[in-house]
Design a protein around this ligand. Structure first.
Ligand code: VGL
Ligand code: ZN
Length: 201
């Protein structure tokens, strides 16, 4: 058994004062740092949402309001977002409290202006980002997942993780959701459980 930790999108724009705020996001930092420092992981991978300014998931680039339902059938949707995690901006940087020196690899995603990428494993149109092959190449069999946001990038990353054949655990105390629509967080947890993901504290 070799275990990895996948730390999803711990970037300023997803914290309480950011452009796409996740309520209570900063409350997970101590727990995340505890995981990073634990010595329990052979490999630690962080994902980083990394959009160009013309990204089609930004509501302003579609002439619409943020959080408007929108699906173009080609990898944008089900919602449009405020401008967030623009490449090279402070909002795209990891939160200063997070002990990023423990990250072994960083996967940047959402770089194609035409396609969003909720999962760290693949873009929303299916394009592989190489993470499953990386983990398999490193002999990883089990992955713990944490980070932001529970109902989007954490959810889709954990689902792809279990589908790729890794034993997958979601660390509930080290994640929070956006909750843009009322059932999003409950639906995410239900879908993850049904897919065989173990939800632990
Ligand atoms: C995310 C919406 C848009 C996330 C990223 O990290 O959950 N959500 N981009
Ligand atoms: Zn994004």
């Amino acid at each position: 058994m070799s275990r990895a930790l996948l730390v999803v999108d711990l970037q300023n724009d997803f914290y309480e004062d950011g452009a796409l705020p996740v309520p209570e996001a900063s409350r997970i930092n101590a727990r995340v740092n505890g995981l990073l420092e634990s010595g329990d992981y052979k490999v630690i991978v962080a994902s980083q949402d990394w959009h160009p300014e013309n990204h089609k998931s930004f509501a302003v680039n579609q002439g619409k309001d943020p959080y408007t339902p929108f699906n173009n059938g080609k990898g944008i949707g089900p919602l449009l977002w405020p401008v967030h995690c623009q490449q090279g901006t402070p909002g795209a940087e990891f939160h200063r409290e997070i002990k990023t020196e423990y990250f072994n690899y960083i996967i940047r995603k959402g770089t194609d202006p035409e396609v969003d990428s909720y999962s760290a494993f693949r873009e929303n149109n299916g394009t592989d980002l190489g993470l499953a092959a990386l983990l398999k190449g490193l002999d990883i069999t089990e992955v713990d997942v944490c980070g932001l946001a529970l109902d989007y990038c954490v959810r889709f990353s954990a689902l792809d993780d279990v589908r790729a054949g890794f034993k997958t655990r979601l660390i509930l105390t080290a994640t929070r959701g956006v909750g843009a629509t009322p059932n999003d967080i409950d639906d995410a947890l239900k879908e993850m459980k049904e897919a065989g993901i173990l939800i632990i504290e």
